[in-house]
Design a protein around this ligand. Sequence first.
Ligand SMILES: Cc1cc2nc3c(=O)[nH]c(=O)nc-3n(C[C@H](O)[C@H](O)[C@H](O)COP(=O)(O)O)c2cc1C
Length: 277
Amino acid sequence: MNITEIIQKRHSVRTYDTHPLTEEEKAELISAVDTATDPFGGQVTIRLRSVDPANDFKPSTYGVIKGAADYFLIGIGSDEASALSAGFRFEQVVLKATEMGLGTCWIAATFRGTVFSRGIDWPDGQQLRIVSPVGRPHRPRLLERVTRMTFRSDKRMPFETLFFDKDFNTPLSPEGRFAEALRMLRLAPSSTNSQPWRALVDGDCVHFYYQLKSPLSILDCGIALSHFYLAQQASGAIGRFYKEAGHPVPPEGLKYLYSYIDTSDSDTSDDSAELFC
Ligand SMILES: Cc1cc2nc3c(=O)[nH]c(=O)nc-3n(C[C@H](O)[C@H](O)[C@H](O)COP(=O)(O)O)c2cc1C
């Protein structure tokens, strides 16, 4: 499977069979954690932990998870870079799990009083903010199907309302430059399927913006930028993220986040690639 097929296959899974991961599967996932890249330099720690699936996971969140015997726990710092890095890095692990035929579900909620908050220390400045079950998907329960219907999880906003060409009044052509990578971005998971991300294409650059829909919107953007970057990379493009002081001014309600420049055609492409660590 290539990355666009994996991105299209991924969806949140909330019902699992109770079998734990094999040691080989765990090793493959840990390797994905170790090799995940991050251009934003935030503080993120990703751990894999087994739990007793008989003790159902009930944090204060909307979709109840059932049957999972293994969870990723993610500790992150409290700044913007950490939220972006967590989204960007952990989504690469989610996509690896998808490729392996395993299900996952981002959960960013309150974990106080759950098994997850006990017995694990996090580096200074980091706190457990995200967990995700990982395991073999089981037939979805009615509750899971209702959750998906409530958040219209199979749907995304139309391409032309999310992405723009040079100014915010001109919708981006779905056939133009960066369109494939933005189509992959659009399939990203987001908290309550809120899809806070927007993008404006201008020549070699894509400027990214977001609507502050919840405290998780920046994390959502990190996930989406991961889809965008992986799709760009798969197309053979070389590029990097940067902050652009002279970015186009967005309409009210949108905030500037980051820009991406495609340096594939420039003489400095090799140097630029090194900037992405
Ligand atoms: C940052 C983040 C937090 C999420 N938190 C929860 C959660 O607390 N409970 C839950 O059931 N699903 C949660 N989700 C899953 C979303 O509801 C789901 O991604 C969205 O509905 C789109 O569905 P899909 O992932 O199947 O494409 C979260 C997703 C993201 C990206």
